[in-house]
Design a protein around this ligand. Structure first.
Ligand code: NDP
Length: 346
């Protein structure tokens, strides 16, 4: 059985959903009530891949909402409680979605293995970052040619290059795709220098200097809401892959020769018959999902019950090959500009 741990995109959305599901006692509660609400297993689902493999899964709502991010202890408790519930339900492999994986890493939850009487078994959880990185790299490869960018000559900026996802994307673009030049963007210098050495190339740049030079920009950093982009200074065409969470880049730049694609999103080959992705505001919630969620499904399809993506900067090209091949075999495709445009026009 696979599991997905997620959350609503806002407190208001969470209350609406709780109302729909009949959880009246918390639907009407204020943020303090929600802070103490336990996680809920809200949905079971059965999924069959084109390879003929059928798996069972469950969606656990952590009852976390982004408005709780500043409440450090609450956020930590929400994620740990949801993980405890997944383990108690006997779920083999569970993906940490949305802010839950960010909280896990940034608040160093590895130190908090014991939740009440449960010792969390890390083998049962995955961040899903390997699949996310593979999907983003493939989105670059698939979509740059669609807007007239020749990747062999292109400058590709990776904002968040030294992160778990960003470094894997850099490895792939450098070794597999063969882009013209990689522009490596992050704030701390030493990890950038280490990455540059590992890759045997790439130019370390500030965001301000990289943006006007880049044909493609991969955003895999949580950027401040106040970030402003001077669209007039961007190259045309410019492909931007919005791999951050939440995905709000199209509110800052769009139109003209700038193409913004939601990064790290995959589409299943048929409707799944679940309601869980409505919470994540997908364009096609019956088929589309975060690649990190799909990683748990893929590991279950493959009966690979291990914490496939775990820790920082452990994503190898071999692991990306494995999860990428499984993704294709089991009926997932990456979100592309065409499907995004078709949906907007419909
Ligand atoms: P990490 O914490 O491992 O890496 C973050 C990277 O961003 C680091 O290189 C960091 O370097 C850099 N960074 C942070 N702030 C800035 C800044 N202001 N300017 C430039 N660089 C910055 O994160 P992950 O790789 O795990 O995740 C990256 C992003 O991907 C997150 O936003 C996450 O929400 C999103 N994500 C999306 C998923 C999906 O859509 N399917 C799934 C999982 C994650 P430094 O600190 O040196 O600046």
């Amino acid at each position: 059985m696979f599991g997905l741990i997620g959350h609503s995109t806002s407190f208001e959305a969470a209350r609406r959903k709780a109302n729909e599901l009949g959880f009246d006692h918390i639907a009407d509660g204020d943020l303090d009530v929600w802070c103490s609400a336990p996680p809920q297993l809200v949905e079971h689902v059965e999924v069959t891949s084109p390879a003929g493999v059928t798996i069972q899964g469950a969606y656990i709502d952590s009852c976390f909402v982004p408005e709780m991010l500043s409440r450090f202890k609450t956020a930590r408790r929400k994620v740990l409680n949801a993980m405890e519930l997944a383990q108690k339900k006997g779920i083999n492999i569970t993906a940490l979605g949305g802010f839950t994986s960010i909280i896990f890493e940034n608040f160093n939850l590895l130190q908090h293995r014991t939740v009440r009487s449960t010792t969390l078994d890390w083998q049962r959880f995955t961040t899903g970052n390997t699949h996310t990185a593979w999907v983003i790299a493939r989105q670059v490869e698939n979509n740059a040619p669609l807007v007239g960018i020749d990747l062999a000559k292109a400058k590709v900026a990776v904002v968040g290059a030294t992160g778990d996802i960003g470094s894997a994307v850099c490895r792939w673009l450098s070794a597999r795709t063969g882009v013209g030049e990689l522009l490596l963007v992050a704030r701390q210098q030493q990890p950038l220098v280490d990455l540059q050495q590992e890759l045997g190339g790439g130019r370390i740049m500030t965001l301000e200097d990289a943006l006007p030079e880049a044909d493609v920009v991969v955003w895999v950093a949580s950027m401040p809401k106040t970030l402003e982009i001077d669209q007039a200074s961007l190259r045309q065409p410019c492909l931007m892959i919005d791999g951050g969470y939440p995905k709000n880049l199209d509110s800052k730049v769009s139109g003209g020769g700038t193409y913004v694609l939601k990064g790290g999103i995959v589409e299943f080959f048929q409707d799944i018959g679940w309601s869980m992705m409505e919470l994540a505001e997908m364009d096609k919630p019956q088929r589309q999902m975060f690649a990190c969620f799909a990683e748990a499904m893929l590991l279950e399809f493959e009966q690979c019950h291990t914490n496939f993506s775990w820790g920082r900067n452990n994503i190898s090209l071999e692991k990306m090959d494995f999860i990428g091949a499984a993704s294709v075999r089991h009926g997932f495709s990456t979100l592309n500009l065409q499907s995004q445009v078709q949906h907007a026009a419909a």
